[in-house]
Design a protein around this ligand. Structure first.
Ligand SMILES: Nc1ncnc2c1ncn2[C@@H]1O[C@H](COP(=O)(O)OP(=O)(O)OP(=O)(O)O)[C@@H](O)[C@H]1O
Ligand SMILES: O=C(O)c1ccc[n+]([C@@H]2O[C@H](COP(=O)([O-])O)[C@@H](O)[C@H]2O)c1
Length: 212
């Protein structure tokens, strides 16, 4: 079997920035996958976002306009309570049959995986693609290192051949950009225009959550 994978890139996207877009785009190329950006309604393990779900979706729509390789999947906004990834992948697996699913995670998010809800089950539903991120070259906890050793493949073809269970490290262009930094700049009255996607940086309504 070889089917074009479906890759999921979840995040708070408060706001979406050029780091997200660059790594998602490169993952789509490297994996030859459809990539869906999936905003979390209630992101587990962090304080609530400054922008509402509707505001974050409006920013995602503006950021994704004009191309078709990266698409929005807003399904988590329809669920109340913490947006646990295992629940989302369970739902996607039921929809997608045996199609390969790939959960994309920045290296910082991946390092925290053992704290996630039912984290080992994630591999029963999807492969994991770890996206390099500058500043996230931290030691991985031992349980995670064991999981990596058992599941790691170097060739993305292995991800096309099976529906789930493998792990691949994707060397994407390192961009030291974070939503935290962008929020800080906007709150200070600065203009981080080139850290933001076109379609966002000149829109006072979309950026209002960070200036109020
Ligand atoms: N510059 C980047 N390079 C690689 N991965 C990134 C980058 N920015 C974000 N990610 C990844 O995108 C996903 C969603 O991240 P998130 O929306 O929390 O953005 P963030 O910039 O990390 O935000 P914050 O600063 O608010 O924590 C996570 O898997 C994260 O690791
Ligand atoms: O399922 C979990 O327990 C879990 C814990 C922390 C984060 N996540 C997901 O990881 C993605 C990135 O989270 P964040 O906080 O870095 O934006 C987002 O889709 C979250 O819903 C999921």
């Amino acid at each position: 079997m070889s089917t074009r994978p479906l890759a999921i890139f979840g995040g708070t996207f408060d706001p979406i920035h050029i780091g997200h877009l660059t790594v998602a785009w490169e993952a789509a190329e490297l994996l030859d996958a459809e990539v869906r950006l999936m905003p979390a309604n209630v992101p587990p393990h962090r304080s609530p976002p400054l922008a509402s779900a509707a505001e974050r979706v409006a920013m995602l729509r503006a950021a994704l306009a004009g191309q078709s390789r990266l698409v929005l999947d807003a399904r988590e906004l329809e669920r109340d309570g913490p947006s646990y990834t295992v629940d989302t992948l369970h739902e996607l697996r039921a929809e997608q049959g045996a199609r390969p699913l790939v959960l994309l995670l920045g290296a910082d998010a991946f390092a925290g995986l053992p704290t996630w809800n039912r984290w080992r089950e994630l591999f029963d539903f999807a492969h994991v693609g770890v996206l390099s991120r500058p500043g996230a070259e931290v030691a991985r906890p031992a349980v995670l290192a064991e999981e990596v050793a058992a599941r790691r493949v170097d060739n993305v073809a292995a991800l096309h051949a099976e529906p789930c269970g493998k792990l691949v490290e994707l060397a994407v262009t390192p961009l030291e950009v974070s939503a935290t930094r962008i929020r800080e700049l906007l709150a200070a009255g600065r203009d981080p225009r080139y850290l933001l996607p076109a379609g966002l940086f000149d829109d006072p309504v979309l950026l209002a959550p960070y200036r109020r």
